[in-house]
Design a protein around this ligand. Structure first.
Ligand code: GLU
Length: 428
């Protein structure tokens, strides 16, 4: 993150305020929706492998649960802040709303760096996290899921701790579980695939064949890898991908003009999506500075890493050829950069629409848990496609009818739904 004064919660509030004013929400509604409905801040004591004790700071924040239980991932990140979690919880509320699934918005975080923690230490963080919050999560109140640097294994440790305390089996408490342990087929692929389904619809509207397009992607984690997979399946070519190098504490971009090879990149990357730069060079990739992903001469840019990556400082570097930015990450574009981008002829598919595939599939996972009956991968993915395609179409239609951009359209639809739910419950 290059801009130290950036505060994601301020950015999220700025976006909300704009939508609230356009919708003419009253003061109570604005006050209620500008802040999370409840927050939990706690400390997790962990016995480290060397015998010492270490305390990890952690959060769970429920932004809104008017449309259903709070829903959202848990991030493990050394730079996690309470305001980041607040922003992410608010974005989850709009995400579940814009794709119209019966869930609210929440988010969790632990300030830690899993790169430097053993699996046993990570297991204790997961179990400790659940022990602190056990009364305030559950299938009918708040359902966590994976996010940055958390995996199905982390979710299973959390579920196991919850079920041990609760004294029963409650698989719908957490989503993103491993297959065979209550997880859903397609959940791992869902976020990245969802980004490309939204992109496919955008290309279709613009009458551009995916086969003639190229893309540059920031990040090589779960979202990016599956976005590349589906984008290639629909005929596109990724020519550049960036990834975080934890040894050098900086990111690098890897370019191959004839198209990156997903399989070989996976083989030379770690579990966090860190690509081995020496091996990549041996395979013929050009090694560039991490920032260069944004400068590539491609039709499509997909930021799929962290928030605040497209800013007023690098916006001028976006190539003239770029037609679409599909936001795979949460909050990758700062509000200032967003305003500047809207003056250019670039279609931005906003984060909480573009990356909603993950939470849609989490919802399917819960439905399957409740039935104790599991769908095939094809069934899950075709339902995902239908949900994403419909959500994209309603946002796009709204944007055309009201002459607003896709982000504003998505905000107006989702904030309106949440405000109506709060109002009918008598909260505002
Ligand atoms: N962490 C993902 C997101 O930001 C998925 C959340 C979920 O499945 O609940 O959308």
């Amino acid at each position: 993150m290059e801009n130290n004064s950036y505060n994601p919660f301020e950015a999220a509030r700025k976006q909300f305020d704009k939508a609230a004013d356009l919708l003419g929400l009253n003061k109570a509604a604005k006050d209620f929706l500008r802040s999370p409905v409840r927050e939990f801040h706690f400390s997790i004591p962990v016995r480290m492998d060397d015998g010492s004790k270490k305390i990890f700071k952690a959060f769970r924040i429920h932004h809104n649960d008017a449309r259903g239980p709070a829903k959202g991932g848990i991030r493990f990140h050394p730079m996690e802040t309470v305001d980041t979690v607040r922003a992410l919880s608010m974005w989850m509320t709009w995400k579940t709303s814009v794709v119209d699934i019966p869930l609210g918005g929440g988010k969790g975080g632990v300030i830690c760096d899993p790169h430097n923690l053993s699996m046993f230490e990570q297991e204790q963080i997961c179990r400790g996290w659940v022990r602190q919050i056990v009364k305030n999560i559950g299938p009918y109140s708040d359902i966590p899921a994976p996010d940055v640097m958390t995996s199905p294994q982390h979710m299973l440790w959390m579920l196991d701790e919850y079920e041990t305390i609760a004294g029963g089996k409650f698989p719908g408490t957490i989503t993103g579980k491993p297959l065979g342990m209550g997880g859903s087929e397609g959940r791992t692929e869902a976020t990245g695939y969802g980004v490309i389904i939204a992109l496919r619809e955008a290309l279709r509207e613009l009458k551009i064949k995916p086969e003639i397009t190229t893309a540059s992607i920031q990040g090589f984690g779960n979202v990016s890898q599956y976005a590349i997979e589906l984008y290639e399946k629909i005929g596109g070519k990724v020519i550049c991908v960036s990834s975080w190098d934890n040894n050098d504490k900086k990111s690098y971009a890897f370019r191959k003009k004839e198209g990156v090879n997903l399989k070989e990149l996976r083989e030379i990357s770690d579990t966090f999506g860190g690509i081995d730069k020496n091996k990549a060079q041996d395979l013929g990739y050009e090694l560039l500075d991490g920032e260069k992903w944004i400068e590539q001469e491609t039709d499509i840019l997909i930021p799929a890493a962290l928030e605040n990556q497209i800013t007023k400082n690098n916006i001028d570097k976006v190539n003239q050829r770029v037609k679409i930015i599909a936001e795979g990450a949460n909050g990758p574009t700062s509000p200032e950069a967003d305003t500047l981008l809207n003056k250019k002829d670039i279609l931005i598919i906003p984060d909480f629409l573009a990356n909603a595939g993950g939470v849609i599939c989490s919802y399917f996972e819960q439905v399957q848990n409740n039935m104790n009956y599991y769908w095939s991968k094809d069934e899950v993915l075709s339902k995902l496609d239908m949900k994403m395609t419909n959500a994209y179409a309603s946002v796009s239609n709204f944007s055309k009818q009201n002459n607003v951009n896709l982000r504003d359209a998505a905000y107006l639809i989702s904030v309106n739904r949440v405000a109506n739910a709060c109002q009918s419950r008598g909260w505002i």
